[in-house]
Design a protein around this ligand. Structure first.
Ligand code: OGA
Ligand code: MN
Length: 294
């Protein structure tokens, strides 16, 4: 249940000390936030790219959706694939479940227990989502950490020669498989990047809010730079990916129950470690739609 916020409470923002990310403290996400609190969170989000709110155990799915809506309209969860449990259908339509937990043999949510390779969400669409919020309800005792990479810094730290080389170049982002490697419904299996089906975006993007340049890579599998011979496209992308995922450009979230992570999908990437299939991990997720989506 929402209740009235104590508007005297201004959240405090504590940077992680790594390449990106900050903890936001002194805010209960189940509260109806004041305009000042929303402004403070937006400013922190623009500055730090990934925000963590700890100790939100009392948050419910309605509260998560209401909090997320402060940052834009939310996408509805994708239609679940055939093999997924229908138990989560009772949740609000903006809530997606990320989980390996099975009910009557069927997964309750997406992504299972394996690694989710480096990616930004749904960049294979012409207008990728602005961001997402992920709320931990159950976490495994080990593994399942989520790593984030700063794509402003990835761009800024490129060798000058490489910056010039990619200016004006685009990349096709593969829509056929998700970050867990599963083939999406309606897509053919493809291993030739020149045949990739998905949106094309400039390799250097300008962030809609901050106006800063960032590297836009999306996902490595089947990515292709149109206009280049395949070997040159592969070599260029390998170089950019190796650069963008260096440890000094990243920060790792080690989850506790009650953590809410909120990432800017335009200027970060993320990946998730695998974890023991015998343990349980359950997250609720919202996705903030692209501002230009119709
Ligand atoms: C996602 C995602 C990673 C995780 O929800 O988009 O990639 O840690 N999740 O579950
Ligand atoms: Mn993701």
């Amino acid at each position: 249940m929402n209740h009235t916020a104590d508007i005297s409470v201004v959240p405090s923002v504590r940077p992680t000390g790594a390449a990106l990310g900050a903890d936001v403290e002194g805010i209960d996400l189940n509260d109806a936030l004041s305009a000042e609190q929303v402004t403070a969170v937006k400013a922190a989000w623009a500055q730090h790219q990934v925000l963590r709110f700890r100790g939100q155990q009392s948050l419910d799915v309605q509260g998560l959706a209401a909090f997320s809506r402060h940052f834009g309209p939310l996408d509805r969860r994708p239609t679940a694939s055939g093999g997924m449990s229908s138990v989560h259908d009772a949740l609000p339509p903006e809530i997606t479940v990320i989980s390996n937990v099975k009910v009557e043999g069927k997964p309750l949510g997406a992504l299972g227990d394996g690694e989710a390779v480096w990616h930004a969400d749904m960049t294979y669409n012409p207008h990728p989502p602005k961001g997402a919020c992920l709320y931990a309800v159950e976490v495994p005792p080990a593994g399942g950490n989520t790593h984030f990479s700063n794509m402003y810094l990835a761009y800024e730290t490129l060798p000058e020669e490489l910056k010039q080389q990619i200016e004006g170049l685009s990349c096709v982002h593969d829509a056929s498989r998700n970050s867990a490697g599963e083939l999406r419904l309606g897509f053919a299996d493809n291993t030739d990047p020149r045949q990739t089906v998905g949106a094309q975006h400039p390799l250097v993007a300008v962030h809609a809010v901050t106006g800063r340049k960032c590297l836009l890579l999306g996902r490595r599998r089947n990515a292709y730079v149109p206009g280049l011979p395949l070997e040159q496209s592969e070599a260029l992308l390998d170089r950019l990916w190796a650069h963008a995922t260096q440890p000094q450009l990243t920060w790792t979230q080690v989850w506790s129950v009650g953590d809410v992570m909120m990432w800017d999908n335009s200027c970060t990437m993320h990946r998730r470690d695998s974890f023991d299939p015998a343990s349980r991990r359950l997250m609720y997720r919202t996705q903030i739609a692209a501002s230009v989506a119709s």
